[in-house]
Design a protein around this ligand. Sequence first.
Ligand code: ZN
Length: 267
Amino acid sequence: MPRAQEKLSHACILSAASMDEAMEKANALAMAAVCSGSEPRPCGQCRDCRKAAAHIHPDIITIRRQEDAQGRPRREITVDQIRALSADALVLPNEAECKVYILRDADRMNLAAQNAALKLLEEPPRSVRFFLCVTNAELLLPTVRSRCTGLYDGRGEAELDGESAKRADDYLKTVAAGDRGALLRWCSDNEGIDGRAAVAFNDAVAARLTDMLSGVWPSQGLNRQQLLELGRLNRTCADYLRVNTGVKHIFGLLAVDSPLNGSKDNK
Ligand SMILES: [Zn+2]
């Protein structure tokens, strides 16, 4: 299981209201992935960052729909494109420590392409990262979705108010501090917020976790495994919130199931 989970971290779905927004996020995360400067990444200064900013980094590869004879993008990303990607992914990075594939319009992969992608996501070559940019994640097969970690939702971040962001940071800080008692107190202090605020909080946690996993936000000492577990817990909470589960129940879940730092009850 831990092995499989480690593999999961290689792919991330970036969902936003517009493709430009998703691509902007993907490019920022790709820059962080190839950055050879010091933390926090991307440093914006190193050779890799500068090449990424100029869209000329050889280890950041963008896959997009091919064009027809009139220069218009075709309807779908084809299986041949994904096969070519799979072959290319086996070749080691040129300059950076990893290779990054950005799939523009990943939700336009046809069924055959998605099945080919699934194979790749199940057994990703070492040092390869995937960012699947979508405006409608529902068009991806559930099996593809389940092999990706983050689900950055641009809409969530756009509406993200300072209060939710602060609450998300407080929660993650408390988890990182590794004191279950403190987490229980924090949860009971916050369980009185309304459903809307709870959704905004949960979205803010999702955005933070994605940034932490990709290295664009300091991870506060939380390790990769914990970040992945927090991501799963976050998605469970999102599912509950969608069906109007009580906010108290959500915070109860966070209090009990959050994987604490350096603690014996770290599951
Ligand atoms: Zn850099």
